[in-house]
Design a protein around this ligand. Structure first.
Ligand SMILES: Nc1ncnc2c1ncn2[C@@H]1O[C@H](COP(=O)(O)OP(=O)(O)OP(=O)(O)O)[C@@H](O)[C@H]1O
Ligand SMILES: [Mg+2]
Length: 183
């Protein structure tokens, strides 16, 4: 688990859950304006029944096998961190169908965590699990950019080649800089 000191860490943590839930296709959407920071992570993976969904919000619940200490902080900490700002946290999950996490932070609240390095986070999300494709939509006010790993794979043989990874990282950082330019 990341240290979760900023919102980008939360995004990575929730995307990690999605990417390792036996999913094939995942979606990350980020909507930001001056007041709000909202993100949605959707997967088509193993999902959770109602009991597991409730347990998942308990910091002492995890299904991670490698854990020595049985704690899973990702979801409960995101719920706490978003709700404390006056935003919200929603989890919708169906066993064998998938999971959607939706949350909003009110950026101007004194307890709102900083956004962190969103460009590096989006880059990391793409590379979490080679077996999972991502559709990513990032909006800042009226500007947006989109990334789709299935489309990238149509044009690029090997996304994992170091030189390609470097280019993708640079692309995301420039898109991230550009989206905030006209403001
Ligand atoms: N997208 C998902 N699909 C299916 N199960 C999920 C999903 N997200 C979370 N879970 C279940 O909820 C549990 C708790 O998730 P949480 O992110 O809080 O902790 P963790 O992933 O186990 O550990 P950590 O995030 O601290 O590394 C997971 O172990 C898993 O069983
Ligand atoms: Mg987690």
């Amino acid at each position: 688990m990341a240290t979760l000191t900023n919102i980008s860490d939360h995004i990575l943590d929730i995307c990690e859950n999605a990417a390792y839930a036996k999913s094939s296709n995942c979606k990350l959407e980020i909507y930001e304006d001056e007041e709000n920071f909202e993100f949605i992570v959707e997967d088509d993976g193993k999902g959770m029944d109602d009991e597991t969904k409730n347990l998942a919000l308990d910091p002492f619940f995890t299904t991670k096998k490698e854990r020595v200490k049985k704690i899973g902080f990702g979801l409960p900490f995101l719920k706490y961190s978003s709700e404390i700002t006056g935003g919200y946290f929603k989890i919708d999950s169906k066993k064998d169908k998938g999971t959607t996490i939706k949350c909003k932070f009110k950026k101007n609240h004194i307890d709102c965590q900083p956004i962190g390095d969103l460009g590096s986070t989006i880059f990391s999300v793409i590379y979490l699990n080679n077996d999972v494709d991502w559709v990513i939509k990032r909006c800042y006010k009226d500007n947006e950019y989109n990334l789709n790993t299935k489309n990238l794979k149509k044009f690029i043989d090997d996304l994992n080649k170091i030189s390609i990874m470097k280019e993708i990282k640079e692309l995301i950082i420039s898109l991230e800089n550009k989206i905030r330019e006209d403001i």
